[in-house]
Design a protein around this ligand. Structure first.
Ligand code: PGA
Length: 235
């Protein structure tokens, strides 16, 4: 399983250190899951981590450095040895208005550099309401221009209407999309959108679900560790 925590705009440097330290301690004696944590850019740091715990950036600009006010590039990521990045998250697409074009260029840039990329796709409610065919069409359009054969790609299906809303997709919703994508793309595929302690085992046990990308329910370190513990034996 792959279990990832997206902090979004939560936690400070000090609480991130505490969180990452606790997860790392847990993983010292429980090495089965692959775990990712995406803190805020200000909380990235050089941590001494277990091999199966990875710290990633929630976002970065496709540049080494330069004049891109408010952004960070690889010179800032290199300082903390960050080689993992989240690209195409629904909040970047729909709240921060990042275009598909800039997402694709970001993907290409970080792929060239060999980063592990968690690439998010997912449809808004009005598309879901038009049925499976339209939903798949929409989701596939988000993969246009993306090299889905890239070895270091992890995909995350996160329906926009399920993110941060407490509304989880039904098992059928997840199975339909995951089966279709996995038929075409041979990469790990996570589900995200209101995954929590009470549903993580059921979701991660579904066919073609390789793990979960979790926001809200992952921000408490004890809950996150429990989620890792509960899912560690799921194949
Ligand atoms: P959520 O967020 O778990 O709070 O729904 C998921 C995500 O944004 O990755």
């Amino acid at each position: 399983m792959i279990i990832a925590s997206n902090f979004k705009t939560n936690h400070t440097r000090s609480s991130t250190k505490d969180f990452v330290g606790a997860v790392n301690e847990y993983l010292k004696s429980n090495r089965s899951s692959e775990v990712y944590v995406f803190p805020t850019a200000t909380s990235l740091d050089n941590f001494d981590l277990q091999d199966n715990l990875h710290l990633g950036a929630q976002n970065a600009y496709p540049t080494i450095s330069g004049s891109f006010t408010g952004e960070i590039g690889t010179s800032q990521l290199d300082e903390f040895n960050i080689k993992t990045i989240l690209i195409g998250h629904s909040e970047r697409r729909h709240v921060l208005n990042e275009s598909n074009e800039s997402i694709v260029s970001k993907y290409k840039y970080y792929m060239e550099l060999g980063y592990k990329i968690i690439y998010c796709i997912g449809e808004p409610l009005e598309v879901k309401n038009q049925g499976l065919e339209k939903t798949l069409e929409y989701v596939y359009s988000q993969l246009d221009g993306i090299d889905t054969t890239y070895d270091n790609l992890i995909l995350a299906y996160e329906p926009v209407w399920a993110i941060g809303t407490g509304v989880t997709a039904t098992n059928d919703d997840i199975i339909n999309i995951h089966n279709a994508i996995k038929k075409d793309i041979d990469r790990p595929l996570l589900y995200g959108g209101s995954v929590k302690l009470s549903n993580v085992v059921e979701i991660c046990s579904l066919e073609n679900v390789d793990g979960a990308l979790i926001g809200t329910a992952s921000w408490n370190k004890d809950d996150f560790i429990q989620i890792i513990e509960l899912t560690k034996d799921i194949k």
